[in-house]
Design a protein around this ligand. Structure first.
Ligand code: PEP
Ligand code: MG
Length: 586
């Protein structure tokens, strides 16, 4: 499944989830000697540790343990292993930790293919030795994890693309500004949070490739076609040339669209459309402004709570993060969504096996988003106070995710009021906020009038609305073909939410992935949507669509499509008829 557009060409870097924490960066050519010495020093240290351990354990220790330490020592001294690892440093300029992980990946595969069970099981020894070596290297380097990834910097760098079975959204976050030009995962769906974060990195990506991490070998050349959802392994020179051409074309197209940045989004029949940005971190605010967004329609605040080793941001830290976004947007509205953790966004890093375990318990239906916040009122209060304080610096809108029960409406609004009171009591300055609700659960869409009585605005989270309407886990590639935004039930709920909210004189926006998908722009305009929120990189293409659309003639076709068994087909033919008379102005 294609999840992030464009073409990436590079050498494959395979990472197992347990290696995600390994620092990956390129070293300069003149650092190769020093890096090899660093590797050797770490190896010597681990050898000394094993020797000491052997002395310690001899006597009353089982002979197998001593034998095991001997195997580990033998592996460390193995010249084939050492020279292959050095090669990654010399030829690819990988840092030492990355070189060890890359070589381990290569060898693991060879072990997996061995017939002899005894030899196959030696893979675990190899992994333990490599892990210890990497830990020793990292302890001395002061650089840790993916956060150490710098931009591709040294001369003659080989572009690299990431291949993994799975990556959590939190780990994905750490790739921002990193070395990877693209990525492929075996699992995942189009609107899984990992895919959404990948899109926000703006690098070509394909998910749900099932066997990719098994078939692709470390260092293979691969092409990722993020438009078609293709991964080409070991391409021929002719195919490579074709894709290099497409890459250049893609860049030209992006440059052309970027020129629309400051042009207001007005349809051919004069309807003014609001285009907002989705962001994950305060540092994304600059890209939102740069892309010409008229505000932030969705700040996924939960990403402030990730990759922190379990320590949550306190009120002051959150306040500063929200305030920075508000100031960066210079008076434009900033919609801060209260924390949406749970499901595929655990509060802090968990091992993948724990995540899988969570999956088996159906966490998408569990303690997530507002349910989590109401279950932890202390944490919720800290966040609400921080948002209200940030509101004194500009225009802030507070958005509550995933409400499905009238009781949750009352409880959330009550907490917001209590946060205001506590700030008043302290004498702490705060500002006014509009309070909105996300419509992400069918129950919410079906009881919209109750929401409209209590909230100032509505934001439709189509990613979850589709997931919960169709009972399709949005992160599960085995049912991804059934995750259908064109489903009549989904379109019906989206259209009625837009219509009823507008009729009540309140604002309605879509902040799910549907808003940034040009396939839906005209349809959404035709059913009355006037505010779209998406990742900044998607803004120019959607704006171009709007500039080319005359909305009024499309409305009757939308009505027909909404009543059809196959809305996509009915819409496509009706749209064609409506468009024949319209000149292409942009
Ligand atoms: C949605 O569900 O559409 C949405 C915008 O929220 P998230 O993708 O963060 O769940
Ligand atoms: Mg959602």
């Amino acid at each position: 499944m294609p999840v992030s557009r464009g073409v990436a060409i590079g050498r494959a870097v395979l990472v197992a989830s347990s290696w995600v924490d390994v620092a990956h960066y390129f070293i300069e050519a003149d650092q190769v000697g020093a890096e090899i010495r660093r590797l050797k020093a770490a190896r010597d240290q681990v050898c000394r540790e094993f020797e000491a351990l052997k002395l310690d354990v001899q006597g009353d220790t089982p002979a197998e343990l001593v034998a095991l330490l001997d195997v580990h020592l033998m592996l460390l001294h193995d010249e084939v292993l050492a020279s292959a690892t050095r090669q990654w440093i010399e030829e690819r300029h990988y840092n030492a930790e990355w070189a060890v992980a890359a070589q381990l990946e290569m060898l693991s595969r060879q072990f997996d293919e061995m017939e002899d069970e005894y030899l196959r099981e030696r893979k675990a020894d190899l992994e333990q030795v490599a892990e210890r070596l990497i830990r020793t290297l990292s302890a001395h380097s002061g650089r840790g994890g993916w956060s150490a990834l710098g931009p591709v910097s040294c001369e003659g760098d080989v572009p690299v693309v990431l291949v993994a079975n799975d990556i959590s959204p939190a780990d994905m976050m750490q790739f921002k500004g990193g070395v990877f030009r693209g990525f492929v995962t075996d699992v995942g769906g189009r609107t899984s949070h990992t895919a959404i974060v990948a899109r926000s990195l703006d690098i070509p990506a394909v998910v749900g490739a099932r066997d990719a991490s098994r078939i692709i070998r470390q260092d293979d050349w691969i092409i990722i076609d993020g438009d078609a959802g293709l991964v080409i392994v070991d391409p021929s020179p002719m195919i490579l040339e074709e894709y290099r051409f497409r890459q250049r074309q893609g860049q030209l197209e992006r440059d052309r669209l970027a020129r629309l940045r400051h042009r207001p989004a007005v349809s051919l029949d004069g309807q003014r459309i609001q285009l907002l940005a989705n962001i994950e971190l305060p540092s994304d605010a600059a890209a939102a402004v740069e892309a010409g967004a008229e505000g932030v329609g969705l700040f996924r605040s939960e990403f402030l709570f990730m990759n922190r080793g379990g320590r949550l941001p306190d009120e002051q830290e959150q306040y500063e993060a929200y305030r920075d976004v508000v100031i960066a947007l210079r008076g434009l509205p900033v919609t801060i969504r209260t924390i949406d953790i749970g499901a595929d966004k655990p509060l802090d890093r968990m091992s993948l096996s724990e995540l899988r375990h969570e999956h088996s318990l159906n966490p998408a239906m569990g303690l997530r988003a507002i349910r989590w916040s109401l279950a932890d009122p202390g944490m919720f209060m800290v966040q609400l106070r921080a948002i209200l304080r940030a509101a004194q610096h500009g225009s802030v809108r507070l958005l509550v995710p995933m409400i499905s029960h009238p009781g949750e409406i009352r409880a959330a609004l009550d907490m917001i009021e209590r946060a205001r009171e506590s700030l008043r009591r302290d004498g702490t300055a705060f500002g006014d906020v509009a309070v909105g609700a996300m419509i992400e659960v069918p129950a919410a869409a079906l009881m919209l009038p109750i929401f409209l009585k209590h909230f100032d605005f509505i934001s439709i989270g189509t990613n979850d609305l589709i997931q919960y309407t169709l009972a399709i886990d949005r992160a599960d590639e085995s049912v991804a073909h059934l995750y259908d935004p064109w489903h009549p039930a989904v379109l019906g709920l989206v259209a009625s939410t837009i219509r009823v909210t507008r009729a009540a004189g309140k604002e309605v926006c879509i902040c799910g992935e549907m808003a940034g998908d040009a396939e839906f722009t005209e349809m959404l305009l035709a059913v009355g949507l006037r505010s779209f929120s998406m990742h900044p990189s998607q803004l120019p293409a959607i704006k171009q669509r709007i500039l080319r659309t005359e909305i009024a003639p499309l409305a009757p076709h939308a009505t027909l499509a909404l009543e059809a068994e196959d809305p996509r087909a009915v819409w496509a033919s009706g749209r064609l008829r409506a468009l024949t008379a319209i000149p292409q102005a942009v």
